[in-house]
Design a protein around this ligand. Sequence first.
Ligand SMILES: [Zn+2]
Length: 67
Amino acid sequence: MPFPMKVCVICSEEFELLPDKPGFANRCPACSEPDAEDAPKSLSSGNAEQDSARRKAIRDMLYTKDS
Ligand SMILES: [Zn+2]
């Protein structure tokens, strides 16, 4: 079964959207590499430890707001 072809929003190259492709679904693998400038837009930095720390910080923030 062929994978759907997508056009990367960054470099406009076509790429196959693999089911286990890391990063953004609308970016080719090359443009899905962790990019410091794009990090604030997404919770997924490719660094699991960093992600979990960030999620915990956000959770703590939400709980603080609610209570
Ligand atoms: Zn690209």
